[in-house]
Design a protein around this ligand. Structure first.
Ligand code: FES
Length: 106
């Protein structure tokens, strides 16, 4: 289970995520508006930006060089915990993950 928080809101969006799926896929399947994911996960759009809260941000595998490069193109500049959610494959160690959605993806 993971939880997303829309920007500027106290709302919490709980997601049931199957292990092996990406956070982006889980959010899109659930119709979360704050994730656009235009490229469908091929790491070419930077519209699946999230900010992962600690302690989970530190537990994630480090971003690949390609993800780091694309993080330069997010609509809201990257900050602490910023990741592209299509690159975050969920497993049991990430159960309980909490992330914030940026104000916009464009
Ligand atoms: Fe396009 Fe993640 S869905 S970069």
């Amino acid at each position: 289970r993971v939880t997303l928080h829309p920007a500027g809101s106290d709302a919490a969006i709980p997601l049931e995520a199957r292990p092996g799926r990406s956070l982006m896929q889980a959010a899109v399947d659930a119709g979360v508006e704050g994730i656009a994911a235009d490229c469908g996960g091929s790491l070419t759009c930077a519209t699946c930006h999230v900010r992962v809260r600690e302690p989970f941000a530190s537990r994630l595998p480090a971003p690949s060089a390609d993800e780091l490069a694309m993080l330069e193109f997010t609509a809201v500049p990257r900050g602490p915990g910023s990741r592209l959610s299509c690159q975050l494959v969920l497993d049991d160690s990430l159960d309980g993950l909490v992330a914030d959605l940026p104000e916009r993806q464009y």
